[in-house]
Design a protein around this ligand. Structure first.
Ligand SMILES: C[C@H](O)[C@H](O)[C@H]1CNC2=NC(N)=NC(=O)C2=N1
Length: 113
């Protein structure tokens, strides 16, 4: 199977399928540092990244913004001193699509880079 971080996002449509419980289990194995969270009934993927200062946190935020623009799939990002919280979900389906797992894997790659 192709590595998740090498895959590309598909265009989001309101009728696109949410990931099933079985798919969720399988996909979580590829992004073990992420946590599925539910906000107002909407399932999301969330991870906190730690940095030495605000400048590094901001640089990471901007790199995540660049991959979001490349893939036309956009996260919620909260940038603080030494910490960035990234949350992925698919607005058009109010839940998790495979795109969110692809983007979580790509986000992990950004921090390794
Ligand atoms: C037209 C445009 O590609 C869509 O509105 C995209 C933009 N980015 C998006 N990002 C996320 N996370 N979910 C979406 O449904 C979404 N839709």
């Amino acid at each position: 199977m192709a590595q998740l971080d090498q895959e590309r996002c598909e265009a989001c449509h309101a009728d696109a399928p949410k990931v099933s419980d079985d798919e969720l289990k399988e996909l979580m194995r590829e992004i073990p540092d992420w946590t599925p969270v539910t906000n107002d009934g909407v399932m999301m993927l969330q991870r906190e990244y730690k940095f030495k200062n605000f400048k590094q946190a901001l640089a990471f935020t901007n790199r995540v913004g660049e991959i979001a623009e490349e893939e036309k799939h956009h996260p919620e990002i909260t940038t603080e001193w030494g910490k960035v919280t990234v949350t992925w979900w698919t607005h058009s389906i109010n839940g998790l699509h495979k795109n969110d797992f692809i983007m979580a894997a790509k986000t992990d790659k950004v921090v390794d880079a």
